[in-house]
Ligand binder design. Structure first.
Ligand code: AHR
Length: 507
């Protein structure tokens, strides 16, 4: 097990970085929408089949086909929202193929992700029941790329109608009497690429047309999410917002982090320090992207009615040797935990515009919070960050003022320390602290303006190795441990080990 003492020993000899922090409890900002802690689950590799769904007859313990260990872990994480069925898969998905008796559903080829058979055994009913089981809201991504407005419209009716329409009756025949709640519906995914290779100008019209036919009962109308830009494609955002702002409730953005170039993304474990530094530098680019896309949104939506949904984000490394390269299975290390913490902190800072995000992806794909191998399951370091950050869901953002030295390695240089604070729904103050320097500890002296400092408790996620991770044989190598901060008068002094994520709670 990773120990604080062990990690601190690594830092011996290197003088700690010193940072003074002021938390402005007297200047509360926006509410941090709990949906910032959302997840993305696609029909890709073992993301759904095996990761979530094993079927009722599996020897893996399950509830109506959903594996019990994964469900329990997701319930503990209080996942607010799950986006499904893709991703690129959404633009080739035809919902009618995923309803009715499972043994009569068509078997298709998942042409996007490895050419494997897709037996459609996990469809609309299975997804919406799963979302209910884990207590999450459903975010269904519709098919613009190869579908029709009629197909999309009928899907929404099938899910939401409480009438005696033929589609609502078909749903009942298939086992679901009451309409499901459908809080979020995506119109388009990466339509600049796998979603149809469209130009922004063309997609803006397509979006306007398709969204017209999303008709649902007044009390169950989904938020309409417009397919958005790739990384720094500001032209896409300009066109979409100028042409279709009035027809959207939310607008999506996708950004993935990798250490090197797309053609040479680097490995998920066994990496060098320059790859640690480049990955974290690239993760911080999220701030620039959100800032610039938001500035365009501000032009057309100054009242911030339209949420920016970063509904795909996370790390993307080279495929794991020995695994199907199209399944995007990768290990998840302390480095991923840092990417998660830095990204979540960025989303907190932009909570006035960023209303939802979805990490890619929930189980067994890319920066997964959970990995499974047949009957075994491990919680990844990223899972632990999401769990440590639970008090930030629906908390009120509090600005943090601090000046930090940089952590520099080779040509990479980023702020050594990051801080995010909020007033939780529990009334307590929660402070997330990240020390990205893998070699030096950081002593933070924090004062809180506008509030009294009471008892402080904390937890830390750290390890001696940059690529520390949990395996199926050693699932608890990396997990949060108790962290001690000291109170000195009205200040809190916390010495963060090198490469660590800490969350403090101040009574
Ligand atoms: O998450 C994997 C893929 O990344 C998604 O299907 C797609 O939307 C994105 O390019």
């Amino acid at each position: 097990m990773a120990s604080l003492a062990g990690a601190q020993a690594v830092a011996q000899g290197a003088k700690p970085v010193e940072v003074a922090v002021t938390i402005r409890a007297d200047q509360p900002g926006a509410k941090i929408n709990r949906n910032i802690y959302g997840q993305f689950a696609e029909h890709l590799g073992a993301g759904i089949y095996e990761g979530v769904w094993v079927g009722e007859n599996s020897s893996i313990p399950n509830t109506r086909g959903y594996r019990n260990d994964v469900v329990a872990a997701l319930q503990k994480l209080k996942v607010p929202v799950v986006r499904w069925p893709g991703g690129c898969f959404a633009d080739e998905y035809h919902w009618r193929e995923g309803i009715g008796p499972r043994d009569q559903r068509p078997v298709k080829i998942n042409t996007l992700w490895g050419g494997v058979e897709e037996d459609n055994s996990f469809g609309t009913h299975e997804f919406l029941d799963f979302a209910e089981l884990i207590g999450a809201d459903a975010y269904v991504a519709g098919n613009v790329g190869s579908g029709t407005p009629q197909e999309m419209s009928e899907w929404v009716e099938y899910i939401t109608s409480d009438t005696k329409s033929t589609l609502a009756e078909l749903r009942r025949k298939n086992g679901r009497d009451k309409a499901w709640r459908l809080p979020y519906f995506g119109v388009g995914n990466e339509n600049w690429g796998c979603g149809g290779n469209m130009r922004a100008e063309y997609f803006a019209d397509q979006y306007r047309q398709f969204q017209t036919f999303i008709r649902a009962p007044q009390d169950n109308k989904p938020v309409k999410v417009a397919g958005g830009a790739n990384v720094a494609d500001y032209h896409w955002t300009e066109v979409m917002l100028s042409q279709a702002a009035k027809d959207m409730d939310a607008y999506s953005l996708h950004y993935y982090t990798f250490p090197g170039r797309w053609a040479d993304k680097g490995k998920s474990t066994g990496f060098r320090e320059d790859q640690w530094a480049s990955t974290l530098t690239n993760a911080l680019r999220m701030d620039e992207l959100v800032t610039k896309h938001s500035a365009i949104m501000d032009k057309y939506d100054p009242g911030k009615r339209i949420g920016l949904y970063v509904d795909e984000w996370g790390t993307w490394y080279e495929p794991e040797p020995g695994r199907n390269p199209h399944f995007l299975w990768q290990q998840n290390t302390l480095r991923d935990a840092h990417v998660a913490a830095l990204s979540l902190n960025i989303f907190h800072r932009h909570a006035d515009r960023v209303q939802m995000t979805a990490i890619a992806q929930m189980v067994n794909v890319l920066q997964a919070v959970i990995l499974t191998d047949k009957e075994k399951m491990v919680l990844t370091p990223t899972y632990h960050v999401f769990e440590m950050y639970l008090p930030f869901q629906d908390a009120t953002f509090l600005p943090a003022e601090f000046r930090t030295p940089d952590y520099a390695h080779g040509s990479w240089s980023i702020p050594a320390v990051d801080v995010s604070a909020a007033r939780g729904k529990d009334g307590k103050l929660h402070i997330a602290l990240v020390n990205v320097d893998p070699n030096r500890s950081a002593t933070l002296t924090t004062k809180i303006a506008g509030a009294k400092t009471g008892n402080v408790s904390g937890r830390v996620l750290t390890a001696a190795a940059m690529d520390a991770h949990n395996t199926f044989d050693r699932p608890n190598t990396l997990q949060p441990t108790q962290f001690k901060a000291q109170r000195k008068g009205d200040q809190i002094v916390a010495t963060l080990p090198p490469k660590s994520v800490v969350v403090l709670t101040v009574e």
